[in-house]
Ligand binder design. Sequence first.
Ligand SMILES: N[C@@H](CCC(=O)N[C@@H](CS)C(=O)NCC(=O)O)C(=O)O
Length: 223
Amino acid sequence: MMKLYGIPISPFVRKTRVALELKGLVYEMINIYPGTKTPEYLAISPLGKIPALEDGNTIICDSNVIIEYLEEKYPSIAVRPSNLADRAKSRWLEEYAGSMLFGPCAGNIFMECLTKPFKTNKVTDDEVVKHSIDSLLPPLFNYIESQLPKEGFIFGEMGIVDISVATAIINATYADFEVDNIRWPKLANHLNIVKNHPVVAKCMHTEEPMIAALIKDRSERLD
Ligand SMILES: N[C@@H](CCC(=O)N[C@@H](CS)C(=O)NCC(=O)O)C(=O)O
């Protein structure tokens, strides 16, 4: 059985799990925290990053590379559109969301509010969070809003591009962040339908114990 290394609350792991689940593939989740630098894990993922996938003798790092691998090896259920131009657009939006939204949404809002205090006992830097919400995210959201359809998934059916756009924002929402549905109505609606897709809901369900522990820790600190 394929093994996926990582923890469910990582945006990149969530995205990879959604690809595996959309394709109906069976895999075992091996819990590895980001930045694990044991010799055993470095032999799998030389940068100590998650996710990594082990498929028999094949080991692949990086969510994008894993998804390319799965798409080629298991093409019968595709996670990208069949039209060439749409596939290229899908890849571009996946790349844009992956490289631009992770920092402000996950690195700043989610980690500052939830994982940093929990792991290091340091207080949240509210300025970092505010700067992300007020300055970093609006231009990124403006662009994504301009690329989204009026309603529904980006290419008609739920695909890897949809979870790529939503996944880092989902982390920010765990720290009470909300997409302003007046400024970005299409993005707010898109996030909602992605979160409610059965495959995403199933993946997010397994995140609940870890998120509940982080939220409990945060509320105790704020008391
Ligand atoms: N481009 C990579 C990024 C993976 C990544 O940055 N993962 C984070 C966790 S969400 C990580 O492992 N960080 C640990 C580190 O950078 O040391 C991918 O798409 O998989």
